[in-house]
Design a protein around this ligand. Structure first.
Ligand code: TMP
Ligand code: ASP
Length: 236
């Protein structure tokens, strides 16, 4: 597989074309941003950890029937994935109130939600990824009803699989963000990443935050938190 020209550079990853028109290579960076790019920094070793953690979880989800873009880990930071057109939505799944939900509804961080909460944001950095609902999604044709139904089904199933898996490793899955893509044949698959950048992970015993909130809010021990997640998931 030949890595060809760079197609796109995001805040945490680069995407490259390959000599196969249906395959891309993603390359994970150590760069970190928060608050829509307002805060910038580096988390040393993050790219390696997010690549490995994402691939580990994508393989787990595939084994449980969730289609993903994952094909093969190529190196510490690089992974071969299916070429997809990203559905321009961030799907946020919440089990426990934290972050923007706690703020918006005036909830104490850590409040367990009585049922799973799903939110959608329209992916547009210049607009600051505004929250949207089903009406916006259909009116703006961000996704069809059939596509969104599949995305919701997958998201809830992913929440169940990951929550159970992580609970066994002493990690509480507080909330997380998913992105889906459409392959060249129109199939909806899970894309992007599942990592401490895109999830809130709390230690089940101590409540210690083991995710990007340590960077967002200058809590210290950022690298150690990412390493701890990798250790728990990948040392089996
Ligand atoms: P929030 O509480 O800031 O809305 O974040 C909810 C979850 O989504 C949290 O696990 C972090 C993740 N997230 C991203 O992955 N990317 C983003 O741009 C934002 C705002 C949140
Ligand atoms: N990654 C997003 C940004 O740069 C937000 C976040 O994860 O907090 O703004």
């Amino acid at each position: 597989m030949k890595k060809l020209e760079q197609l796109y550079e995001g805040k945490a990853k680069k995407v490259f074309k390959t000599d196969d028109p249906n395959l891309f290579i993603v390359d994970y960076k150590d760069d970190a941003t928060a608050f829509n790019g307002l805060k910038k920094g580096t988390i040393s070793g993050k790219g390696v950890i997010n690549n490995r953690v994402t691939n580990h979880l994508m393989k787990l989800l595939e084994s449980k029937g969730i289609p993903t873009h994952f094909i093969k880990e190529l190196s510490e930071r690089e992974t071969l994935v299916k070429k997809v057109t990203i559905v321009p939505l961030e799907v946020i799944v919440r089990n426990i109130a934290a972050g923007s939900l706690a703020k918006r509804l005036g909830l104490e961080e850590g409040t367990k939600m009585k049922r799973t909460v799903l939110e959608y944001c329209y992916k547009d950095d210049t607009l600051g990824d505004p929250m949207v609902n089903e009406y916006h999604i259909y009116a703006m044709e961000y996704a069809t009803e059939a596509e969104l139904k599949l995305i919701v089904d997958y998201s809830l199933k992913i929440n169940q699989i990951l929550s159970e898996y992580l609970a066994d490793l002493g990690i509480e899955l507080v909330d997380f963000k998913l992105e889906f893509g459409k392959t060249t044949d129109g199939t909806i698959v899970l894309a992007d990443e599942i990592s401490p950048d895109t999830c809130r992970f709390w230690d089940s015993k101590t409540g210690k935050k083991l995710d990007k909130d340590r960077f967002r809010h200058d809590l210290g021990d950022v690298e150690d938190a990412y390493k701890e997640i990798m250790k728990r998931l990948l040392t089996e």
